[in-house]
Design a binder for this molecule. Structure first.
Ligand code: ADP
Ligand code: ZN
Length: 436
């Protein structure tokens, strides 16, 4: 099959054999070089040579985000600094940044998996890749950059922001591929509409969107407004950056680059492995990384392994759309709710735009959730009565679908702050005390 590398369509048995061999090597590597792993493996009573099958993976210790913080900045490195040729840091969405490091070989691996990511959307030497992921410490920008160079496309290193300039580049350079967060892509779509540039007059064909949770409704919006195929991509700094998994044009879950990253789904409370199809926390083990390998890294991202084989010919397993990260769960008067569930409801209500902010407050002993969402231009023009009617409708839908009473405020278009990278969907005022 064209565009598929051999490994992506390898028989499962061959792939599993390769994974086991690489797993043994990865465990031996950290045993020898990283004190934290040496101690934990000793405590768990496992050595690399004890791993007889992939099921033995469950005997290995987990790694968590706090392990990075406790050994900040370089305690988990498995090579001396003279072998490191790049540092990145996570965007720190949920606290202090985490520093990650790459050897020359690691950057090779990263470029390879990113090239495969782009090839999943049919990207090749003829393409012009408009890369609006942030360049800098964030892994998104340079990750896509090296992948695009590897496939021989012409890459435009836009980074985020300067929306005017983005429109010029999209139009004048005839970009065929858009890489950005979904929230920023929506922002670009709006800016194009405002500038009177029709998407059918652009050359865009495919978009690679990730780095934050998004929904099928958002996919529909991006596909129709930008006149593209929108593919979901997933990755995280602690593991490598983007490149861990990507959708194929079937768009039914993201194929994991399993020859480099071994996925498991575990129950986030008991940490017991869950079967295919069951939703739980994604755990990833790096099989080939040298500077910063991780064993059973708990991503805190909730998803499931898709059990069905895929029609595209790839034999690599798929993970479903990331539902949420466990840290994002809000508990409002006993109801557990994720921002993506609210987005899902909002996408079904005609008259609102998927620009929203969730504000959590404590009033007395009770937590309250306010959902601020933007009206479509037409509704706003129809006046305050129409806006209130829409708010009541959204409120009703949230109650029906999630079982939660939320205060809904429909605000005028363009009043919710736009992000140039990852969108900030939640403002939690509870920790600041008072009701503000
Ligand atoms: P940070 O944890 O500071 O945000 P990263 O920049 O490494 O650091 O982001 C990785 C995280 O971004 C993932 O763990 C996941 O929560 C989120 N993410 C990345 N891609 C997607 C995606 N396609 N869908 C949902 N969430 C995603
Ligand atoms: Zn597929």
């Amino acid at each position: 099959m064209k565009d598929l590398t051999a490994i992506e369509q390898a028989p499962r048995d061959a792939l599993r054999g390769l994974q086991l061999e690489r797993l043994r090597r990865a465990v031996a590597w950290v045993e020898e070089r990283v004190p934290l792993y040496r101690d934990r493996l000793r405590q768990a009573g496992v050595r690399a040579e004890d791993l007889r099958s992939l099921d033995d993976l469950r005997r290995l210790p987990f790694t968590v985000k706090a392990d990075f913080r406790d050994t900040y900045p370089f305690g988990l490195l498995a090579v001396p600094m003279d072998e490191v040729i790049r540092l990145h840091a996570s965007s720190g969405t949920t606290g202090k940044p985490i520093v990650v490091a790459y050897t020359r070989g690691d950057l090779e691996t990263w470029s390879e998996v990113m090239a495969r990511t782009l090839m999943a959307g049919g990207v090749g030497p003829d393409d012009v890749v408009h890369n609006a992921y942030g360049y800098g410490l964030f892994t998104g920008g340079l990750g896509f950059h090296y992948g695009a160079e590897r496939v021989g496309a012409a890459v435009i290193p836009m980074s985020g922001g300067f929306t005017e300039r983005q429109l010029t580049a999209l139009t004048d350079f005839r970009s065929t591929v858009l890489c950005s967060t979904p929230s920023y892509a929506l922002h670009l779509a709006e800016a194009l509409e405002e500038a009177g540039i029709a998407s059918k007059d652009l050359a865009l064909r495919v978009g690679f969107f990730g780095a934050e949770p998004w929904t099928e409704g958002m996919r529909d919006a991006l596909e129709s407004r930008l006149n593209i195929m929108a593919l979901n991509i997933y990755g995280l700094s602690e593991v490598i950056g983007p490149g861990v998994s990507v959708e194929c044009p079937e768009r039914k879950g993201m194929h994991v680059a399993e020859d480099h990253f071994l996925p498991e789904i575990v129950d986030p409370t008991t940490l017991e492995p869950l079967p295919p199809g069951a939703t739980g926390e994604l755990v990833l083990t790096t099989l080939t990384k040298k500077a910063l390998p991780v064993l059973r890294y708990r991503t805190r991202d909730l998803t499931a392994i898709e059990p069905e084989p895929c029609a595209c010919g790839r034999t690599l397993v798929r993970i479903r759309r990331i539902m949420a990260r466990t840290d994002d769960m809000l508990i409002i008067r006993g109801v557990n709710v994720y921002p993506s569930q609210i987005e899902h409801v909002l996408m079904q209500v005609a008259g609102v735009e998927p620009h929203y902010l969730l504000v959590v407050r404590r009033e007395g002993a009770l937590d309250t959730l306010e959902v601020q969402v933007e009206a479509r231009a037409g509704v706003a023009e129809a006046g305050p009565e129409a806006m209130r009617g829409l708010a009541a409708q959204v409120r009703r839908r949230i109650h029906e679908v999630i079982g939660l009473g939320a205060d809904v405020t429909v605000v005028p278009p363009k009043t919710i702050e736009r992000s140039q990278g990852k969108a900030k969907r939640v403002q939690d005022l509870r920790r600041q005390g008072g009701t503000s």
